[in-house]
Design a protein around this ligand. Structure first.
Ligand code: AMP
Length: 595
């Protein structure tokens, strides 16, 4: 099949790429060798915080800028590796002072603020486990995730605490300490009952001393993700993940020591941790942190003024920039930019090409998910791009497309899953064993076990692999919704709707959206005695927004006299979606009569 290709010429690249020859790079790679690029703890073992900051703070990078924060007014505040290491040490000391033990969970509910970075690294240094929450979550998603992970400490702001945590605090008996980053003194924080003022605690804290002697398999990070049914899943990641953060930062993001790197991901999600914090710091580069939300002019100003060289962003953001108009870029000097990468949702070929027009650089799509902990499939600076393709597996990663049976399960023969022929659609799968692979879903052994079959980890995504080894995303294998890069479990939204007195049944699907990829749409069957009306529609949307937060709540809501269900009572979201989009309804043999 003839597809457009963006040819790469080594001689035209501004910097010699880390991965010059893809096939050679893959053949030469092994994880043991990759680990040698890291320092390891002086007494043995590995700790992410040591690799990310402490070893640099003790070496030639001590005075190099680690993080550069861009405030609302455009002014900047930088932290060197030595300063960041000290602040992380103080945070670790605060945890020790509070009696937090190794392995206990420290949560954050914060935007991109300097305190977040010290908290992540300090938590890891102390050997505790860090778990970020998305600040646009409402009280209910916060409560569920804190409860599942038995959160002991929460770091947040006064406003977020009042709005999202105070209403559910009584339901979290295991939460011992809430640390407010914007308390301006002990008395002030005392005014917010049940919280402590982090500013005061940090000011009183001593330096920490040696990093906790964690081993490669010790739990370091807990990242929540959503499935089609059930509660959110807490993916467990270990300290050895840093090996993959390093290797992928090197090959997929092409990080070089002199880079100024900007990852625009929200710190509440896995990308914000793996590539907003760990990978750039492990590479000793300067990472830009924008404290504000997205705005086209602001972003171009940051790219220009901060002389960003490597930019890692997302399709929704790129589509918004594209929509704002290429002419907006005129007047900004983006000459420092040499590599643009994107992740999180399908990247349309038009956006890849728009990059060429707007920045003189194509956008490099890459693929991964919460469970994989790091980039698995990617386009590289020195490899031709096939716009619309996610690229090829990272060195050290074996990816495959598995044939599926009629029920959608992988076909397994003699214990080994059967691979699809080139260009055929199947389930995207990875050979287990890479360092950042999740080690479990917290407290859900069975759910974890089900992710593996015939020697592979099953990603839940559908994909194709062409004859040259490029992977193409086809869609999700389940009903999970991706909106503005955020994974939303329909069940979570349906459960919330069912709490409303007027709702008998609810079904939630994703509807294609030009900018956000998908938006959440709910269908509601009302209880007798309740009438469908615009007022009730608004009330239901408001009800879910209040509990779930704007990032998760449905944007659209329709009333339906009867939702399509199987005879066993399962709502057929797929059928609703097909009807909504005017697509073929497929197999409806299990449909309950009259639906
Ligand atoms: P999350 O675990 O929230 O990071 O979401 C992971 C999911 O996002 C994947 O399983 C895919 O469904 C989707 N995704 C991530 N990257 C891409 C990409 N480059 N192209 C298409 N879908 C993607």
């Amino acid at each position: 099949m003839d597809r457009p290709v963006i040819r790469k010429d080594l001689a035209e690249l501004a910097v010699r790429p880390n991965l010059e020859d893809y096939d050679e790079g893959c053949a030469d790679f092994d994880w043991t060798e990759a680990r040698r690029a890291l320092a390891g703890l002086p007494g043995g073992g590995v700790n992410i915080a040591h690799e990310a900051v402490d070893r640099h703070a003790d070496g030639p990078l001590a005075d190099h800028e680690a993080l550069r924060f861009v405030r609302a007014d455009g002014s900047v505040r930088a932290l060197t590796y030595a300063q960041l290491s000290r602040e992380a040490g103080r945070f670790a000391s605060v945890l020790r002072g509070l009696g937090i033990r190794r392995g206990e969970r420290v949560y954050s509910l914060l935007g991109r603020r300097p305190e977040l970075y010290a908290a992540v690294l300090g938590t890891l240094k102390h050997g505790a486990v860090f778990c970020p929450l998305f600040s646009a979550f409402g009280p209910e998603p916060v409560r569920q995730r804190m409860e599942i992970g038995s959160g002991r400490v929460l770091v947040t702001t006064r406003a977020l605490y009042r709005k999202k945590v105070a209403p559910i605090r009584d339901a979290l008996p295991e939460l011992r300490h809430v640390l407010l980053v914007d308390g301006s003194g002990a008395t002030d924080a005392a005014a917010e009952p049940g919280t402590l003022d982090l500013v005061t605690l940090l000011a009183e804290a001593s330096d920490y001393g040696p990093t906790a002697a964690t081993g490669p398999e010790d739990m370091a990070l807990l990242h929540f993700t959503s499935g089609t049914t059930g509660r959110p899943k807490g993916a467990v990641h270990v300290h050895d993940a840093v090996t993959a953060h390093y290797a992928t930062g090197r090959f997929a993001l092409d990080l070089h020591p002199e880079d100024v790197y900007w990852c625009t991901a929200d710190p509440g999600w896995v990308t914000g941790t793996s590539y907003g914090i760990i990978a750039p710091l492990v590479h000793g580069v300067t990472a830009i942190v924008d404290e504000e939300e997205m705005d086209a002019d602001r972003w171009y100003r940051i790219l220009a003024e901060q002389r960003v060289t490597v930019w890692y962003t997302a399709p929704t953001a790129l589509r918004m920039l594209m929509k704002a108009g290429t002419e907006r870029i005129a007047g900004y000097d983006l000459s420092a930019l040499r590599f643009v990468a994107s992740v999180g949702e399908p990247l349309n070929p038009e956006v890849v090409m728009w990059g060429q027009e707007a920045f003189g650089l194509p956008v490099h799509d890459n693929w991964w998910q919460t469970e994989t902990g790091g980039i698995m499939i990617s386009n590289y600076p020195a490899m031709d791009i096939r716009p619309g393709s996610m690229g090829r597996p990272l060195p050290g990663i074996e990816a495959g497309v598995l044939a599926r049976d009629d029920a959608g399960a992988p076909v397994v023969r003699d214990g080994e899953a059967v691979l699809c022929e080139p260009d055929a659609t199947g389930e995207l799968a990875l050979r287990p064993g890479w360092p950042s692979m999740f080690r479990g879903y917290l407290h859900e052994e069975e759910r974890y076990r089900k992710c593996f079959a015939g020697g592979w980890y099953l990603t839940g995504d559908l994909a194709r692999r062409d004859a040259d080894g490029y992977f193409w995303f086809v869609g999700r294998g389940d009903d999970v919704i991706k909106s503005s890069g955020h994974l939303i479990g329909p069940f979570e939204v349906e459960s919330c709707l069912l709490e409303h007195e007027a709702v008998a049944e609810a079904a939630v699907i994703g509807i294609p959206d030009e900018v956000a990829g998908e938006v959440v749409k709910a269908f509601v069957e009302l209880k007798p005695g309740h009438e469908a009306s615009d007022a009730l529609r608004l009330e239901l949307i408001g009800f879910t927004r209040k509990r779930l937060g704007p990032a998760v709540a449905p944007r659209l809501l329709d009333f339906a006299p009867a939702l399509p269900k199987t005879r066993s009572g399962k709502i057929l979201r797929r059928l609703l979606k097909a009807r909504e989009l005017g697509l073929p309804e497929g197999d409806t043999s299990t449909l309950e009569a009259g639906r």
